[in-house]
Write a protein that binds this ligand. Structure first.
Ligand SMILES: NC(=O)c1ccc[n+]([C@@H]2O[C@H](COP(=O)([O-])OP(=O)(O)OC[C@H]3O[C@@H](n4cnc5c(N)ncnc54)[C@H](O)[C@@H]3O)[C@@H](O)[C@H]2O)c1
Ligand SMILES: O=c1ccn([C@@H]2O[C@H](COP(=O)(O)OP(=O)(O)O[C@H]3O[C@H](CO)[C@@H](O)[C@H](O)[C@H]3O)[C@@H](O)[C@H]2O)c(=O)[nH]1
Length: 443
């Protein structure tokens, strides 16, 4: 099939590459010239394991190309995929200005029948608006379909080539037949539904996963007070197939470009039809506060943070990505700076992006984890990068001014802690002991 993908962010780029991998001819369009030049030269602007090799192989095979010329791409394609961003407006609602612009461009340049497939996450009813925007500019026939994207950053290629399910929301039988054929090589689990339900499936899925995270984070806070171990609690819950083991990792709360934005947008979607989504509002509130447990634990260990040297390991919102959008590390570091702390920060790949969000003369950006910890009064682990798990903790304690470790992601087990002098704070695991028999600190 001949496909145009508009937008080469995570979703557009990964979908474009994967559809070409399935043998389709794919043109990826972006209005960012620099990005298109970079992609045309075979460079990937994001860090995504496995993506570069498949991209270059398909470019070489002549099935994948990049352009800023949207008109030419549209005229050469039967399926147009919209994958531009829908960031939050200040009131939490999704900003649809990129979507509207693209819809109007499609309407202006359409020259025969097309299927318009929206992969961007858009509020319920948006695909109907896209249809109107396009129809207002063309008499050529087309069918709309909402095919939401469920990939995760860091495992985007795998998630796209082996999805749990594909949701196709459309009112056109012709579109169902074509889009089923397009997605059949990926999975048999194809759910065909109406457009509004497809749009809601995306928000409901993200909101539900966010709810699991806030739920387990609240359980972890209670575990700290009653002397239970949240990792064992989550394990015990997870074996129940009705609950499932995933998304029950307690930590410093969810971040990233999707959960914070999409939970806020769903609260707004509900609010617009006079529904007060109380549960989701609490999920968001719990999430906003959870990150500051790191600060509370630092204060418990050190008292005032004024002038204290705090090492930070991990800036990305999760491992295997250089994305720092809504990363909990942003607000944690901002709060530490407000309290007069001096920061030594390290992330394997996200530092450059992070510095665009927060920078200050009180932050030193280190290129090695051990260097960041050297002479520090405390170390906070904010992202569970594999290299942090492999560190020798006895060595680490010896490098620091004070052996205080705030493990925001529960990456260390009792086996590693018990032979060290660390005053160790984890999330919801108050029973772990160090070499002096001292239990993990609780506040
Ligand atoms: N990032 C994820 O993991 C993920 C996963 C599932 C769904 N989504 C959803 O998919 C959508 C895209 O997310 P993303 O993270 O890929 O976005 P992004 O912001 O990283 O990328 C969007 C791209 O669209 C381009 N663009 C904007 N306007 C354009 C125009 N008029 N013409 C051509 N290109 C244009 C931008 O230059 C940019 O490269 C969002 O709605 C998001 O919620 C994202
Ligand atoms: O048990 C868990 C699982 C995740 N997280 C945090 O939750 C956030 C999001 O993680 P993840 O879902 O792995 O990353 P994303 O790439 O943001 O993917 C989510 O958002 C995408 C955009 O909508 C969806 O497509 C995906 O299905 C959905 O998982 C990160 O900060 C994680 O640290 C936890 O704290 N505990």
């Amino acid at each position: 099939m001949n496909i145009t993908v508009i937008g080469t962010g995570y979703v557009g780029l990964v979908s474009g590459v994967c559809f070409s991998e399935l043998g389709n001819n794919v043109i990826c369009v972006d209005n960012n010239v620099e990005k298109v030049n970079m992609l045309t030269d075979g460079h990937v602007p994001i860090y995504e394991p496995g993506l570069k090799d498949i991209m270059n192989a398909n470019m070489k095979a002549g099935r994948l190309s990049f352009t800023t010329n949207i008109q030419d791409a549209i005229s050469r394609s039967d399926i147009i995929i919209i994958a531009v961003g829908t960031p939050s407006l200040p009131n939490g609602e999704a900003n649809l200005s990129f979507i509207e612009l693209v819809a109007r461009e499609i309407g202006s340049y359409m020259d025969n029948y097309k299927i318009i497939m929206t992969k961007s996450t858009v509020p319920v009813g948006t695909n109907d608006r896209i249809q109107e925007w396009i129809s207002s500019l063309t008499n050529h026939p087309f069918d709309m379909a909402s095919v939401p994207e469920f990939l995760r950053e860091g495992t985007a290629v795998q998630d796209t080539l082996y999805p749990d399910r594909i949701v196709i929301g459309t009112h056109s039988e012709r579109a169902v037949a074509t889009l089923k054929e397009l997605h059949q090589p990926l999975t048999d689990q194809i759910i065909v539904t109406d457009i509004r339900s497809a749009e809601m499936i995306k928000y409901a899925s993200n909101a539900f996963l966010a709810t699991k995270i806030s739920f387990i984070n609240e359980i972890s806070n209670i575990c700290e007070k009653v002397g239970a171990d949240v990792s064992r609690v989550a394990e015990g819950m997870g074996y129940d197939r009705r609950i499932g083991a995933s998304f029950l990792k307690a930590g410093i709360g969810y971040g990233g470009s999707c959960f914070p934005k999409d939970t806020q947008a769903l609260i707004q979607i509900a609010g617009n039809v006079d529904y007060d989504f109380k549960l989701l509002k609490s999920v968001v509130e719990v999430n906003k506060d959870q990150r500051f447990n790191v600060i509370r634990k630092l204060e418990d260990a050190l008292g005032s943070l004024e002038g204290k040297e705090i090492a930070i390991w991990g800036l990305a919102f999760k491992p295997d990505t250089d994305d720092v959008r809504d990363a909990p590390a942003i607000e944690i570091i901002q709060r530490l700076l407000e309290q007069g702390a001096v920061i030594r920060a390290y992330d394997p790949i996200a530092t450059e992006n992070f510095r665009k969000e927060v920078d200050s003369p009180s932050i030193t950006w280190e290129e090695r984890a051990m260097k960041a910890a050297e002479g520090a009064d405390a170390l906070c682990v904010l992202t569970e990068w594999k290299e942090f798990m492999e560190v020798n903790l006895t060595d680490l304690a010896a490098h620091m001014n004070q052996p205080i470790l705030i493990d925001g992601r529960n990456i260390y087990g009792e086996d590693q802690i018990k032979d060290t002098s660390f005053q160790y704070y984890s999330v919801g695991r108050p029973g772990l002991t160090n070499i002096d028999g001292r239990k993990t600190a609780v506040i």
